[in-house]
Design a protein around this ligand. Structure first.
Ligand SMILES: Nc1ncnc2c1ncn2[C@@H]1O[C@H](COP(=O)(O)OP(=O)(O)OP(=O)(O)O)[C@@H](O)[C@H]1O
Length: 366
């Protein structure tokens, strides 16, 4: 995918900005607080339906403005005939309005399905050092884009989970719970099989990417942990076994909503043994490996947006990462306080956007 235009209005400190990115590497440069992250955050919001820095109502809308607006034009290269697409999103924090190719959309998911953006930002460390939720979200984002049957299965499971949790709080009888347990088990087993297949197919791309970006981490290994003791129990049996405990707690304690993705690197004894720079390289490998797999599966690379990727990396690793990105057939956005000098001249088209007090002040194509 290649974005050719981004318009951002009333987004954090940005009153109004337009970017016309190039197909290769786009550098977004400015001082601390200038608004670099906000530009990438706007692109991420359009592609993921959420920010990576909190909810829209918690401060994304510029102070004193009624709502934010993001508009993106891009070319989808996944089919032999490239397809021009455009999407607009207006968000007040409490309500939103979206358009895709000039038609209104009823779900934010329609925008997310159309535009694929892989974002790496300082919080992405949590993929390797944090709790399971960010890894589940990572898995499901990947599946959402490559497996058509995923969204219906996920919706079915989420609905059954909400119903079972509501029943658990209302002191249900066994027959009522039996019905929702069956529904939850059937959709949950399907979801777990989809995640199994996805992780198996994804692993080689992550292994190859980690070997290129952070060979000192050792070989990467990915394992889907389904969220219940599947080696000894079906999900239906696991729900039955946990029923009494769940009724006491008022929520469902087993199932794919408790799944995880185990990430291991051969040369590192455990997650807590990773230095900050190593955690960054590991998380970067996991995310860029997923982008690589996305390209294999769909025929088109997602747009890659990297916020402050150079910090915490030593000179050798920084140069390695930037060279790797320069060689990629994907459109890349890199933000930072300075133009990274390590790998100049870039071998691909490069544009530099200078951001100052929320305004994009210069665009230089090289
Ligand atoms: N709702 C808002 N309205 C107005 N300004 C805001 C709002 N939310 C955040 N800001 C301001 O917008 C700026 C956001 O900057 P952003 O995080 O995009 O900067 P950055 O260039 O990425 O900085 P850094 O290099 O420090 O990461 C900050 O100055 C912040 O105070």
């Amino acid at each position: 995918m290649q974005v050719s235009r981004i318009d951002v209005k009333n987004f954090r400190s940005i009153r109004e900005a337009t970017l016309a990115p190039c197909s290769g590497v786009n550098l977004i440069v400015g001082d601390n607080g200038a608004g670099k992250t906000s530009l990438l955050e706007a692109l991420h919001l359009m592609a993921h339906g959420r920010s990576f820095r909190g909810r829209v109502r918690d401060g994304l809308v510029r102070t004193d403005a009624a709502g934010l607006e993001v508009y993106v034009e891009w070319t989808d290269l996944s089919s032999p005939i490239p397809r021009g697409r455009r999407a607009g999103l207006r968000h007040t924090g409490s309500s939103w309005e979206g358009r895709l190719d000039a038609e209104p959309v009823s779900q934010l998911g329609d925008l997310c399905a159309a535009l694929a953006v892989t974002t790496f930002e300082p919080g992405s460390h949590s993929l390797v050092t944090g709790g399971a939720e960010s890894r589940r979200r990572y898995l499901d984002w990947g599946l959402f884009h490559v497996e058509q049957a995923f969204l219906p299965a996920w919706r079915r499971y989420s609905r059954a989970l909400r119903q079972r949790n509501a029943l658990l709080k209302a002191r249900p009888n066994a027959a009522q719970l039996d019905a929702w347990d069956r529904e939850l088990a059937e959709s949950g087993e399907l979801l777990a099989r989809q995640r199994d297949a996805y992780v198996e197919a994804l692993e080689p791309a992550v292994v190859a990417t980690a070997a290129e970006l952070g060979p000192s981490l050792g070989e990467a290994r990915l394992e889907h942990v389904p969220g219940w003791r599947r080696e000894s129990l079906s999900l239906l049996d696991a729900l039955l076994v946990s029923r009494e405990r769940d009724a006491f707690a008022g929520y469902t304690s087993v199932g794919p909503h408790r799944a995880d993705l185990r990430l291991e690197f051969g040369a590192v004894p455990g997650r807590s043994a990773l230095s900050r720079g190593q955690a960054k390289l590991a998380a970067l490998s996991v995310l860029l490996g997923q982008a690589r797999f996305h390209a294999q599966a769909t025929g088109d690379w997602p747009v890659i947006a990297l916020d402050d990727v150079a910090s915490e990396l030593d000179r050798r690793h920084r140069a390695g990462v930037l060279e790797w990105l320069d060689a990629l057939p994907a459109q890349v956005f890199i933000s930072g306080t300075e133009v990274p000098e390590d790998v100049l001249p870039w071998s691909r088209p490069k544009a530099t956007f200078h951001v100052e007090h929320g305004e994009v002040t210069a665009t230089v194509l090289a």
